[in-house]
Design a protein around this ligand. Structure first.
Ligand code: DQA
Length: 148
């Protein structure tokens, strides 16, 4: 099973940006936390990050050509703006779970709407870095049940 994690803008600034909201851990240690969790499982995980919307779309299209089984995406602020990312997730037809470190529904009104979530099988928010683990576990269960 091959799973892609795609992080959007400013997520490479974890550990620097608004630590009260996003936590103390830096981006590298969050990535390591995820990789270590699935180290002893028969699953390939590749993590990507981009601050650029079009580059994220290129990476999603690459997931199609490279036959990924599932995707975990944190589109950052593009969540609340990007019809292009919604279209890209719809286009590639790969089960995708949306993750947010913070609980976007508890925050500013403009964060309550997700353009990308309707293209996804589910959304997990408010659990910090653990959200990525939950999303991968959810994908594994759904993929092995072939419920898509
Ligand atoms: C975020 C939530 C977004 O609203 C914000 O723009 C981010 C991070 C999260 O992980 O909580 O950049 O996606």
């Amino acid at each position: 099973m091959k799973i892609m994690i795609l992080n959007g803008p400013n997520l490479n600034f974890l550990g620097i940006r608004e630590k009260d909201i996003y936590g103390q851990d830096n981006y590298q240690s969050v990535c390591k936390y995820i990789m270590d969790k699935f180290d002893d499982r028969d699953i390939e995980i590749n993590i990507f990050q981009s601050n650029i919307e079009g580059e994220m779309i290129n990476i999603l299209q690459m997931a199609y050509f490279e036959k990924y089984d599932g995707i975990v995406i944190n589109p950052g602020a593009y969540t609340h703006t990007s019809i292009a990312l919604y279209d890209a997730i719809k286009s590639i037809n790969i089960p995708t779970v949306e993750v947010h470190l913070s609980n976007i529904h508890q925050r500013e009104e403009f964060r309550h709407k997700s353009y990308t979530a309707p293209a996804c099988v589910g959304q997990i928010c408010g659990f910090g870095k653990e959200g990525y683990i939950l999303a991968i576990e959810g994908l594994i269960v759904r993929l092995s049940e072939k419920k898509f």
